[in-house]
Design a protein around this ligand. Structure first.
Ligand SMILES: CC/C=C\C/C=C\CCCC/C=C/C(=O)SCCNC(=O)CCNC(=O)[C@H](O)C(C)(C)COP(=O)(O)OP(=O)(O)OC[C@H]1O[C@@H](n2cnc3c(N)ncnc32)[C@H](O)[C@@H]1OP(=O)(O)O
Length: 289
């Protein structure tokens, strides 16, 4: 309830701000963790995640992301969105582990509902989505990129991308898996999911997790030129085609959302899974010291 009220407030405040800045010509709105700028080619917004240090998808970040998308969807002048990060070297570290560790079942259920919500919005968006992957993109970070229509990645071998859930002792849910299969094919997905592979850029390109690699300083300009090509296609035919390609995958979750929330909640609440997450978080800490 509290979250729904916060969401209404944010949406309202955001739309007032958005309108005022549009009058000034600045065309920019921001929540705390998501910045949206609509400069550049007409009809294109750039959405930047800014939840330092690693753009983990906390409940607040997911909510702000979903609201920003909703606003862009409602703005009929926007036809395409470039999704990128403001955190140096990190696209997104994926779902926030602290939302899935040491909390209660009601929190897990609320969190998962919001993860589903963002995924459904992104994956089924009528807008053209291009990701400008300017950093590491594990698990939920990869999920965001996979929702896009085209993925441009910085060719920096320090950055990796993939669904690495099995390395954490958790399991990518069926809809993550379905989208992976749709993108890289059954055999590659089967192998990568079991091994929790994080692909460096050249391998990510080879297997099809990303569509194009460019030098790091060219990621944004390339994303813009890709966007220009997609904008040249009539919206109605592109949208109907996208819907035809993606609807069955999205419907598969829509028809069992509640069961998926229950599954997640009972899985993540298990002592053994909590222990795995604890060990993984400790490993992240030790990496520093
Ligand atoms: C049967 C099945 C039924 C239902 C489903 C069941 C299961 C659930 C499936 C859930 C799907 C999960 C999806 C996910 O996205 S899980 C998250 C996976 N993410 C990762 O593995 C990334 C982990 N992070 C890293 O590898 C590195 O941090 C990264 C991103 C490469 C950046 O490295 P670096 O710049 O060196 O930064 P640090 O590692 O020092 O990190 C800084 C700081 O951030 C904390 N942190 C990192 N990642 C996360 C995260 N995902 N969530 C929360 N916090 C994170 C890290 O611990 C450091 O914190 P500190 O306090 O020490 O500063």
């Amino acid at each position: 309830m509290a979250l729904a009220a916060a969401r209404r407030l944010l949406l309202h405040a955001g739309s007032r701000l958005g309108r005022r800045e549009a009058v000034d010509g600045a065309r920019r709105f921001a929540n705390k963790r998501v910045l949206v700028e609509t400069e550049g080619p007409a009809g294109v917004a750039v959405m930047k995640l800014r939840n330092p240090p690693v753009n983990s998808l906390s409940l607040e970040c997911l909510t702000e992301f979903t609201i920003s998308l909703e606003k862009l969807e409602n703005d009929k002048s926007i036809r395409g969105v470039i999704l990128t990060s403001e955190c140096p070297g990190i696209f997104s570290a994926g779902l926030d582990l602290l939302e899935m560790y040491g909390r209660n079942p009601a929190h897990y259920a609320e969190y998962w509902k919001n993860v589903q919500e963002l995924w459904l919005r992104l994956y089924t968006s009528n807008m053209i989505l291009v990701s400008a992957i300017n950093g590491a993109s594990p698990a939920g970070g990869c999920l965001l990129a996979l929702c896009c229509d085209y993925r441009v990645m910085a060719d920096n071998p320090k950055y990796t991308i993939g669904l690495n859930e099995s390395l954490l002792g958790i399991v990518a849910p069926f809809w993550f898996k379905d989208m992976y299969v749709n993108t890289i094919g059954h055999r590659e997905a089967e192998r990568a999911l079991q091994l929790g592979t994080l692909f460096p850029p050249a391998e990510a390109l080879k297997v099809g997790v990303v569509d194009e690699l460019v030098p790091e300083d060219k990621v944004h300009s390339k994303a813009r030129s890709v966007m220009a090509k997609w904008l040249a296609i009539p919206d109605h035919s592109r949208q109907l085609t996208k819907n035809m390609m993606r609807k069955a995958t999205a419907d598969n979750l829509i028809k069992q959302r509640e069961a998926d929330i229950q599954n997640f909640t009972s899985f993540i609440s298990k002592d053994s899974i909590q222990k795995s997450l604890h060990m993984y978080l400790e490993k992240l800490k030790q990496k520093k010291g």
